[in-house]
Write a protein that binds this ligand. Sequence first.
Ligand code: HEC
Ligand code: HEC
Length: 145
Amino acid sequence: MNFTPLLAIAAFALSGAALADEMEYMPPVTHAATQEECSACHMAYPAGFLPPQSWAVMMTTLEDHFGENATLDEATRADIEAYLVANAGRDRSKAGAAPLRISELPWFRKEHEEEVSKRQFEEAKSWANCNACHKQAERGIFEDD
Ligand code: HEC
Ligand code: HEC
């Protein structure tokens, strides 16, 4: 079966773009506590953008959340963690890795480095401001507007 490696290489090369297309629509947060507590400083990111272990790590390190203190009472914290983990995306990271930024995932970097102008980025100020560029992000729509 010596064509197998070639197929594997082709699939790898396509995966960035194909993955981004898969995420044109990402179901928005439907859980009231997550929507309320996780949208104070940025939009409430859809759970499907990170794998389950990422949400588990993030929700147990809220005292240092990207330099901010985002701690919650234990009942709310556990409730939000359960929602995010249950609705998480597929694990595409290296074994054991728990990436905390959507904006540093390989598909994200590739898609955005190719498509975003310098001016558009300067206006958004941070990759974390999805909704500065994706005007329908709150509805789960990330395709070209
Ligand atoms: C007190 C403010 C604050 C609250 C509340 C908060 N965050 Fe954040 N969050 C931040 C900051 C600041 C960043 C980094 C933003 C940047 O890089 O521009 C961030 C970044 C993130 C990122 C990474 C974004 C990226 O770059 O891909 C995720 C995911 C995230 N937060 C999830 C959550 C979740 C889940 C909650 C609710 C439990 C939450 N945040 C509540 C301040 C907050
Ligand atoms: C500075 C502007 C900007 C920011 C900030 C930004 N994006 Fe994008 N994003 C774009 C552009 C431009 C494209 C390529 C055109 C398109 O398909 O919308 C894109 C593409 C995408 C795609 C692929 C859509 C497709 O049709 O294949 C996804 C998914 C996505 N972004 C999610 C996000 C998420 C999640 C965040 C925040 C963590 C974010 N983006 C932040 C501008 C931005």
